[in-house]
Design a binder for this molecule. Structure first.
Ligand code: SHN
Ligand code: NAI
Length: 305
């Protein structure tokens, strides 16, 4: 028999992974059994997703962080060990206890009720695993090693977070605003493909820093190009493409010129005060291509290449 050949065009199926999703658990009822360190991490994860959380654990077993969340009313709390009735109306159950037998029992009860469950100390009895998470504004990145090396997941997550462009979260926030504005201007369902093509162009054309800087006025200006499916060049590119752009180029060149003027005067000011470029921008990394950074507070356009 011949081995199946990989298809040239379609991705191969690599078995044995997990389905990684962004679970919408807002206002759903999550039961956390246990009040130790692992439970404390779980509580943060589900509260950040706006779930309604109930913690079950004898008070003597609560670590200070969990006791604090109970005291602050961030979670409901029941001061005893788990009983079957605790699963009533529960949408998700997380156990983080030091009692493997009780864990197994809770797992079986959840399965009988079709409640998705994570048993922290028994990977085969998990419907889903947690992962190492980076959170910055609306951005969430989760690293999973699928049960092989949780500490490595932690180290990999840190490296990924360090490599992200500065102001990623602000750029995401502004793109979110722009997309909502676009939906108001062009609400029709049939325009979906055009909306998507245009948003892709905007994200490709404008750098993260430039997106992070977008204000209401500039957003409206960019949106004016939607009808004709054009995206004005970003301020940094306009310098090099003025001739081809016509009217918009004049507008953007004026904006860029004001940034440059601001940068020069701030530079002179900083020279007098003895500041270095990196102190303004907070950026110390090596960039692979010339790039520009805007300092929101002083409106300085600093090129660090
Ligand atoms: C399968 C999984 C199920 C689940 O928990 O959902 C699971 C299982 C187990 N972890 C154990 C131990 C440790 N877990 C961590 C840390 C984390 N563990 C997390 C997830 C997961 N852990 C899921 C797989 C995720 C993946 O593979 O990528 C993280 C990513 C997320 C989180 O928990 O929120 C979080 C880092 C959070 C962050 O950094 O951001 C550390 C390191 C430390 O504590 O510093 C150690 C000690 C070192 C070590 O043992 O490797 C043991 C006991 C083993 C034993 O008894 O020997 C078991 C049970 C077993 O493996 O049998
Ligand atoms: N998945 C993961 O990332 C990790 C999992 N673990 C495992 O997770 C488990 C919990 O770890 P820690 O939080 O460090 O434990 P811990 O010993 O600090 O806390 C255990 C908690 O469970 C409570 N508890 C025990 N039996 C209970 C019951 N029947 N009902 C309600 N509450 C009960 C205790 O009061 C205590 O609050 C351990 O089995 C550990 O091996 C440990 C490290 C990481």
């Amino acid at each position: 028999m011949t081995e199946p050949q990989p298809h040239e065009e379609f991705p191969p199926i690599r078995k044995g992974g997990s389905l990684i999703l962004a679970w919408q658990i807002r206002n759903k009822k999550v039961l956390i059994v246990g009040g130790g360190n692992v439970a404390a991490g779980r509580i943060v994860n589900v509260l950040e997703a706006d779930a309604k959380v109930t913690v079950i654990s004898p008070r003597s077993g609560l670590i200070p962080e969990v006791a604090y969340r109970v005291e602050e009313g961030q979670v409901e709390y029941v001061d005893r060990t788990f009983i079957e009735d605790d699963l009533e109306g529960v949408d998700m159950c997380l156990t983080a206890i030091d009692d493997p037998e009780a864990s197994r029992e809770i797992y079986k009860l959840c399965k009988a009720r079709r409640i998705p469950v994570n048993v922290a100390d028994v990977p085969p009895e998990c419907d889903f695993y947690f992962g190492s998470q980076h959170r910055d504004g609306a951005l969430q990145i989760m690293v999973s090693t699928n049960g092989n090396g949780p500490k490595l997941a932690n180290l990999i997550r840190r490296r990924i977070a360090e490599a992200l462009p500065a102001r990623t979260a602000e750029a995401i926030d502004k793109v979110g605003q722009l997309r909502r504005k676009l939906r108001r201007r062009a609400p029709n369902i049939e325009e979906g493909p055009k909306r998507m093509r245009w948003m892709i162009k905007v994200c490709d054309e404008w750098s993260f820093d430039e997106l992070a800087e977008l204000d209401e006025e500039t957003m409206e200006k960019i949106l004016d190009g939607y009808a004709s499916e054009t995206v004005p060049s970003s301020p940094s590119r306009t310098f090099f493409k003025c001739g081809a752009l016509g009217r918009d180029a004049v507008w953007y060149t004026a904006v860029t010129a004001s940034f440059v003027a601001g940068a020069l005067s701030s530079f002179m000011w900083a020279r007098r005060r003895g500041y270095s470029t990196n102190e303004w921008t907070g950026f110390d990394g090596v960039l692979t291509r010339p790039h520009c950074y805007l300092n929101g507070e002083t409106n300085v356009y600093v090129c660090s290449d």
